[in-house]
Design a binder for this molecule. Sequence first.
Ligand code: PLP
Length: 393
Amino acid sequence: MTRTIQPLGYGRQSIDEDDRAAVLSVLDSNHLTQGIEVDRFEQGLADYVGAKYAVAVSSGTAALHIACLAAGLKNNDLAVTSTLTFVATANAPIYCGAKTSLLDIDPLDLSLSLEGLSIFLEDNPETKAILPIHFAGLAGNMARLRSITKDRIVIEDASHALGGENFDGSKVGSCTHSDMCVFSFHPVKPITTAEGGAVTTNDPKLAHTLAMLRNHGIERDPDLFDNTPPEQRGPWSYEQQQLGFNYRLSDLQAALGVTQLSKLDHFLDRRRKISAHYDEQFSGAEYFQPIQSSAEFRSRSGHHLFVLQIDFEALNKSRKQVMLNLREKGIGTQVHYIPVHKQPYHQGLEDRSISDFHHAEQYYSQALSIPFYPSMTDSDVDRVIGEIRSELA
Ligand SMILES: Cc1ncc(COP(=O)(O)O)c(C=O)c1O
């Protein structure tokens, strides 16, 4: 009898009966698009991370876009981010007409290099916004970043890091050391709304602008109207006061967000356990080691990805071969990420500043993300450990 091995992806959503019930109950209601469930989700998210406001939108990319607009980024402004991120982070300032400069990473926490940032800001004092990434779920040293960036706008890309903590114990998303913090709820992320994202902030003005931008730039509060005289106002009145978008999250998605958020600590706990088991089982391996594995990093990470650094040269196998062999054994892997400075679009941009990407290049040449998500069973985890050990020996 042949046994079918279920392929394990590097990440996936964890959906239970309460998620299904929540979505179905919205489906049977009168209201499908943004409404009361979005309000509940936003309140729950803001409470969880300890921020005053959360504005939910249709994706993490949309969240980055409106955060950059709310920050006032416009033509020829300069923003800076790390080359080790998904392209969406680097693209967001460009959507606003601004330029994005890319910097190298810190070799330990793999977030934006603070040494590099310090030098960059000395050379480019006009820089308006800084977008640090909390790579694989681990927040960089945000207090130090804030002291370097001074009064410039800081937008955290915490797409990987919901549930994680800053060095000082504040929750990622609390905006203790930033102006805004962006999350993604794509299915592989810490919680999912299928597609979705959010921006958190403590600034009421930013929160108001973000909420308008996600809905065409429309203001519905008569007290805030610009040019509709009181005698012409009615229940139908609204004003478009700026150029915005339809970046709304639906109530179907938000209902899923609410149930997912209620399980976030449980998901995180499971991720911590899997990560600790991987760390233990992989310790002392000759040709590979996990990233960000110090006790301090592990204790406060959001544990989004589990990435190995593999010395393919010493192993005498290519990454492609390793990935294909593992895939045949039902183990999915992925590379996070091809650094943004290698992308043809970004290479083709005029005025592109050329940095030294030594650490990002080194990381990229050895990176491989292995299966890591809360619904993995103990036997899935052991299967991954066994196959990885034998493939990388
Ligand atoms: C670091 C980072 N930023 C931004 C995004 C964009 O999020 P979304 O896919 O929800 O638009 C992602 C998602 O892959 C991401 O990993």
